[in-house]
Design a protein around this ligand. Structure first.
Ligand SMILES: *Cc1c(COP(=O)(O)O)cnc(C)c1O
Length: 389
């Protein structure tokens, strides 16, 4: 692939070290879903998310085949089953919610607040109260998301969850390297989820990880991820497991990627700084920025809101098309789950926030191959499109 031909949102970018780890795996014939690269990658991830925080040393990481698999295993380990309800942020990618269906449970969607675009603490409280009134039971878990790498209002959300004693699953698939009050996203919930799909902050071509509260929970996660085989001399099963472990080849890519994660983060944040600066000069385009110094987003994708009253009559759709003509990829924001036909019957506590964001928002090229000049060109073009001709 020639990255310079088209400016993409977030194209994978290799350090060059990936091949060494893969070659080692071939040399030692570790071409299986376990091995030294899996162990090494898990260690690298743990070191990264706990760095500078010895009090987080109890966290343990399980490398898995996908972020979606990590969410699924978190729900399995929390005992989510048929008849249960799980609260989920509505404004997200479908993979945050679909594992609730895999478990035969029912998602209850909660809208976002406008500052972080993530779950509203007050609507979360309302949703829990409403579901207890309707069903006589508490929701079994709460899935919060750090969308586009912007940390959610973690303290407020955790306070509500704690008050009702409901465990939190923290979908940090887009938030590797994002910090809240100096601590890495994925370390706040009972479980944290990371994704290494092709276009995320780092890639293993496909993969994910489950951040577990302790070694014993991680052991249970790996047990379920490897077909739930009991410790007997023959294959013996008490429960249904899954085939969710990461391959030792993919983990080799992950180890190589960990050597340039800091560079990737710096690059995403540098592009965000350019978009922030250029859009600061116009009132029709709002750059989605850290709402306070508590948050340090990774800007996995830089995103903007376009004021529908702009004199150029530009809409996210028209901007997306105009930029596509210039060989620039942009994307509308995630369409909220409560607006999806798949989830038409799911209870939802909404106030119009995510619907309004979806109507006005756009994701901009933000990855390692995008140059500062390209970002400036893209931002200038968007301002042109929003200005009267
Ligand atoms: C990518 C993503 C996932 C799923 O991760 P995969 O590794 O693609 O399965 C889950 N949640 C969010 C918010 C994502 O962006």
């Amino acid at each position: 692939m020639k990255p310079e031909q088209r400016i993409l949102l977030c194209l994978a970018h290799m350090s060059g070290r990936e091949r060494e780890y893969i070659d080692e795996a071939f040399a030692d014939n570790w071409v299986v879903p376990l091995g030294p690269n899996v162990d090494g990658f898990e260690k690298d991830l743990k070191n990264f998310i706990t760095a500078g925080h010895p009090e987080l040393d109890h966290l343990e990481v399980a490398a898995l085949s996908a972020g979606t698999a990590a969410i699924h295993l978190a729900l399995v380990l929390l005992g989510v089953g048929p008849g249960d309800e799980v609260i989920c942020q509505s404004f997200t990618f479908a993979a945050s919610a679909n594992p609730v269906l895999y478990q035969g449970a029912r998602p209850v969607f909660v809208d976002s607040e406008a500052s972080t675009w993530n779950m509203s603490p007050s609507l979360l409280r309302r949703a829990i109260d409403e579901r207890i009134a309707a069903t006589g039971r508490k929701p079994k878990a709460i899935v919060i998301v750090h969308l586009y790498g912007m940390p959610a209002m973690i303290d407020e959300l955790l306070a509500v969850a704690k008050e009702y004693d409901i465990p939190v699953v923290e979908d940090a698939a887009e938030a590797l390297g994002s910090c809240y009050k100096g601590r890495e996203c994925s370390t706040f919930g009972r479980f944290g989820i990371l994704s290494f799909n092709g276009n995320k902050m780092i890639t293993t071509s496909g993969g994910g990880a489950l951040v577990c509260p302790d070694a014993e929970t991680r052991r249970r996660a790996v047990f379920y991820a490897t077909q739930a085989r009991e410790d007997r001399p023959y294959y013996h099963h008490l429960v249904a497991g899954f085939n969710y472990r990461l391959s030792n080849i993919s983990a080799g890519i992950g180890r190589g990627q960990m050597t340039i994660l800091d560079d990737h983060l710096a690059h995403h944040r540098a592009l965000a700084a350019i978009y922030r600066e250029v859009f600061a000069s116009v009132k029709w385009v709002e750059f989605h920025d850290n709402p306070s110094t508590d948050s340090d987003a990774n800007f996995w994708l830089s995103t903007i809101l376009i004021d529908p009253a702009n004199p150029g009559g530009a809409t996210p759709m028209s901007v997306m098309q105009a930029l596509a003509d210039l060989n620039v990829e942009t994307r509308l924001l995630w369409k909220p789950m409560h607006m999806q036909p798949l989830y038409a019957d799911a209870p939802a506590v909404t106030d119009g926030t995510s619907e309004s964001l979806f109507e006005r928002g756009l994701c901009l090229p933000s990855g390692p191959w995008v140059t500062p000049d390209q970002a400036r060109m893209i931002a200038t073009k968007i301002i042109d499109l929003c200005s009267a001709s």
